[in-house]
Design a protein around this ligand. Structure first.
Ligand SMILES: Nc1ncnc2c1ncn2[C@@H]1O[C@H](COP(=O)(O)OP(=O)(O)OP(=O)(O)O)[C@@H](O)[C@H]1O
Ligand SMILES: [Mg+2]
Length: 355
């Protein structure tokens, strides 16, 4: 038993494969999110519980034994499909900007945990930390200490994108880190004619094999966010269910429209996702209903609840899936990944992204 008594300790590569398998079951719908957290099952459901227990155990093994110690390829072998059941698109990566100029709404938490959930489904994911606060960098266990090229070096063309990419302790999830220098890019690039297209230009130089590139934006509509929107195929907007949320999102969607008209005709809305949702308050439920009424199917069905495990996981430098796979935050982000992959399957070839 591990110290928290949740389940057995496991350590082998086979168990890592089981984590992938279990996550795939959740993502493909053979196992519901609710079932992941149930203990009082019997009969046929016991098998599902057995699988989710294995998933939890395998995730714990990542947390307990393998965190930060070995590169992906030696941790376990992951077969990537060219057109698998989860993402039937080509291996041309889909670039998703995760943006909202409002601060503290869960952009970075979404980038990290959605990235991990997609990676758990055998997608290869690159998280680009486009925020000088570098929360995504530290939230994935890397120090923003100037020891490695960052997004800043890539934007000022001092380093190639491939040189700056780091692997993380979560297999399949890589990181293009940032540090405080990135704040200077807003000023240094300001006079350049191609200032908003610097990241977009790097798409061509991205090493092959990624399925998704998630760009974690800063809390402002600055040059860094513009670069992210100009490079992206879609925009994902995390938002809290509060009264001022609508105004901010309307401004962001107007920016998206103007970026589409000027810099990036490819850009469209991935969706709005409610974060830090507290269903116990009638205010949250009321605002959620109003936002769904206003934005319709642009609002993703998955709702991310307020869950302290998400914050705890970030402080340990790992995704919640690795920290406590059965927590509500981790299962919500698995469900979000599943919903997004399902939407993409349904929308193909509309989502057939061109690099
Ligand atoms: N669902 C959640 N439940 C509980 N805490 C959360 C949740 N999502 C995020 N948090 C916490 O809320 C804080 C803000 O989240 P996060 O850093 O992801 O927001 P952000 O939009 O990226 O912020 P910024 O605008 O500063 O970049 C963090 O401390 C994070 O751990
Ligand atoms: Mg952030």
């Amino acid at each position: 038993m591990n110290p928290r008594g949740l389940c057995r300790e496991v350590t082998g590569p086979e168990d890592e494969e089981t984590l992938r398998f279990g996550a795939r079951q959740v993502l493909q719908g053979e196992q519901t999110v609710e079932q992941c957290g149930r203990h009082d099952l019997d009969g046929a459901e016991a098998e599902v519980e057995q699988r989710s227990a294995t998933l939890r155990a395998a995730a714990l093994s990542v947390r307990n034994g393998l965190h930060g110690c070995c590169p992906r390829t030696s941790m376990f072998h992951v077969k990537h499909r060219r057109s698998g059941t989860l993402d039937p698109g080509s291996r041309v990566p889909a670039w998703i900007a995760i943006a909202n100029q409002k601060g503290g709404v869960g952009k970075t938490t979404t980038a990290i945990n959605l990235g991990a959930s997609l990676a758990a489904a055998d997608c290869r994911v690159l998280l680009v930390d486009a925020d000088p606060q570098s929360n995504a960098t530290s939230g994935l266990g890397h120090a923003a200490d100037g020891s490695h090229p960052t997004l800043y070096d890539v934007l000022i063309e001092r380093a190639g994108i491939g040189e700056a990419i780091l692997s993380t302790a979560f297999a399949g999830l890589d990181l293009l880190p940032s540090d405080r220098d990135l704040a200077g890019a807003n000023v240094e690039l300001a006079t350049l004619a191609d200032r908003a297209l610097r990241l977009s230009r790097q798409r061509r130089s991205l090493p092959a094999g990624y399925d998704f590139v998630l760009v974690d934006c800063p809390p402002s509509l600055d040059l860094l966010t513009l670069n992210a929107l100009a490079a992206a195929d879609t925009l994902l907007v995390p938002m809290q269910c509060e009264y001022f949320a609508m105004e901010g999102v309307s401004a962001l969607l107007q920016t998206m429209d103007s970026v589409r008209a000027t810099l990036n005709p490819r850009l469209h809305l991935e969706g709005l996702v409610f974060t830090m949702f507290d269903g116990r308050t009638s205010l949250s439920r009321q605002v959620a209903a109003e936002l769904r009424g206003h934005f319709g199917s642009s609002v993703l069905e998955t709702v991310v609840p307020r869950n302290i495990r998400l914050a705890e996981a970030a402080s340990h430098g790992i995704p919640a899936l690795q920290y406590d796979v059965r927590c509500k935050g981790a299962t919500a982000y698995l469900a979000l990944a599943r919903e997004m992959l399902k939407r993409r399957r349904q929308q193909l070839p509309a989502h057939d992204h061109a690099a």
